[in-house]
Structures are given as C-alpha cells and as structure tokens.
Design a protein around this ligand. Structure first.
Ligand SMILES: O=C(O)CCC(=O)C(=O)O
Ligand SMILES: [Fe+2]
Length: 323
C-alpha cells in the first residue's frame, strides 16, 4: 500500500485526505486495543467517520476456494458471471441475471448470501457502536475489469465522487461498504480525494443547498399524497436530493476531477477494506473481481455525529434536511 501507517500524519497534506488504518491486533496505532477492547470499536468508528479506510491485508473470514474459483470464471458454463450482479439480502434474491442463467444464478446467490452474512457478523463484532443500527443494503459481485469500462458519465466509478443511490434514499443515514478483492494476482486500484467535511461546503456553495420544504398545508398534503402513491422521488429528503446533485456535479466537473488532490491506493489480492463512501470521495481505476456488501447505518449511531454529511449541511442551511 502506498501510505504511511495510520498513526503518522503526513506533512503538507491537503485537508481531509483519507489515511489507511491497518486493522491488525498488533498495530500500535490502535490505541488501547489490548488494554481495553471496549475502546477499540468506538475508535475504529471514529476513524471511518473521519474519512479513513479500515484495511485488512487478509479478508477476515474464509471464502471457500471452490467459491472463489467459480467467481473467477474458471468453472462456469455461461455468461452469467460476466457482469455486475446485485444480491438483495432482505429478499434473498439476485438481480441482473437472465432466465437462461438460472443454474449459475443459484450458486452465485448462495455465495453472495454467505458473503453478506459473514460481513454482517464480522462488522457486528468489529464495530459495536453500529451493530444492529443499520439496514442491510445490497451486496454485489463485480467481475468486470474497471480500467476503461464504458459507462454513462453519472454511472462512471472511475471519477471521484461521494456515493448517493438515486433509488435508495438514506435520509441522512450513512453508507458504509465492505469490499473484498477476489482477484488472485491483480490489485484493485482506487484514488481518493478530500472528504465531505473538507469539500462538501464548497459544493454546497457551487450547486446550492436545497430550499426548505414549504410548510403550508397544501404543499404538505401534496408531499403526503406523492408518498402514499409511491411516486418516484417522493420520499427523497432534501439531504438525498443534495447528495445526488453533488454526486453528479463532481462527475460533470472536469476541472475538479483533474485538479483535485489524489491519493492512490492499491488493494492487494485477498484483502478487504471498509469505507464510509458518502464522506470519502473515491474512484476505482483498475481491478477485476470484487465482492462488496453495503450497510446503511443510522446517523444516530455515529460516534461523532457532527461530522456526518447531513450535520455539516444542516449547519450550513440552518434547517433540517431529513424527512
Ligand atoms: O468497485 C469499486 O471498487 C468501487 C466502485 C464505486 O465507486 C461504487 O461502487 O460506488
Ligand atoms: Fe462509489
């Protein structure tokens, strides 16, 4: 990895550049880990909330070798494993596969279910302040080479962005992702730039904060009706609409993406890492074959809630941005 250990602050670094926290029991940078294990979880949470990356040189739970072989495409028969696939834990089902791919879909569902369950159990133990205070979002398998992967501008993941999901508003809750590089020989390469704390206010100025919802009873009634009819975007809070516009603005802004300070990360084969991707501006540049599980963590579970994007934006706005 191209980084100093987490407890050494590099000199002359722009504000809000992510650092790597190597989570190993003998890392002397983790304070009091051995003396008082009850401090370890909150400390790791505070590192995530500061925009740092928790890094595991080896995935902290086993992924069976025959499952890896299957995912790497050595034993499949069709094209099912040649595209990104999402797994929805709440419904125990995959999306993104065709009917003809059913046999492989079944095996893939089983592997993603396992990954999802292991990641959940692992996070429960690693990060007690967040445990159970989350909504389990999707898991995904990412078999495509990221370098040069064609995508619409707003869907491009090789341009620095804060995550915001147009179809899953969080209402101020946090997006935490657990990634694993399954590739046996190739690193997964990311850039990160400054955190939301450092550059969110700049985007708030350039794209404008959302205007407060009107409190008159007609407008309230119309919003209630739109919600009851499940109209698209009806439940999207002011926070979500800002974060989505910010995500798009970052990708559209050629000067930002070219001139923003960048740190390059190389996640080796067999490693895992955890990031709050709504406050770490990130881009994936290279790599093929990754697994990922997303958690939507209650904003109320944060150990430093005032550092959350919603708190930063509400301080700027002077009014609530959640529903
Ligand atoms: O696949 C990756 O490594 C990260 C891509 C990304 O930015 C995302 O899924 O939001
Ligand atoms: Fe992303």
């Amino acid at each position: 990895m191209s980084s100093a250990p987490s407890h050494v602050l590099p000199q002359n670094q722009p504000e809000g550049m992510s650092q790597l926290v190597e989570v190993e029991s003998d890392n002397p940078g983790i304070p009091a880990a051995s003396a008082d294990p009850s401090l370890r979880g909150p400390w790791l949470c505070s590192q995530l909330e500061a925009g740092n990356i928790l890094f595991f040189a080896r995935t902290p739970f086993a992924i069976p070798q025959n499952d890896r072989e299957f995912l790497l495409g050595r034993t499949q028969t069709s094209s099912a494993l040649h595209k990104n696939v999402a797994y929805r834990p709440a419904e125990d089902r995959l999306t993104g596969l065709a009917k003809s791919e059913e046999v492989e879909a079944e095996r893939l569902r089983f592997i993603l279910k396992n990954y999802s369950e292991h990641a959940t159990q692992f996070l429960r133990e690693l990060l007690p302040p967040y445990a159970g205070k989350w909504k389990l979002d999707f898991a995904s398998f990412r078999p495509l080479e990221e370098r040069g992967r064609p995508a619409r501008l707003h869907a491009r993941n090789d341009l620095p962005h804060f995550d915001s999901f147009p179809t899953r508003p969080t209402n101020g809750d946090r997006i935490l992702r657990f990634f694993t590089n399954l590739n046996p020989s190739q690193n997964r390469v990311w850039n990160t730039s400054q955190t939301f704390e450092a550059i969110g206010p700049h985007f708030a100025k350039s794209i404008g904060l959302p205007r407060a919802h009107s409190t008159n009873s007609f407008a309230r009634g119309m919003r209630g009706l739109a919600g009851a009819l499940h109209l698209p975007g009806a439940n999207r809070s002011l926070y979500d609409s800002f974060m989505h516009r910010c995500h798009n603005a970052m990708k559209e802004d050629a000067s930002f993406r070219e001139t923003c300070p960048k740190k390059r990360w190389e996640f080796p084969p067999g490693s895992s890492w955890i990031v709050l991707t709504d406050c770490v501006s990130h881009a994936v540049l290279e790599g093929q074959y990754a697994l990922e599980q997303t958690f939507l963590i209650s904003r109320r579970a944060m150990v430093e809630p005032e550092r959350s994007p919603i708190a930063i934006l509400e301080r700027l706005a002077g009014y609530p941005l959640s529903n």
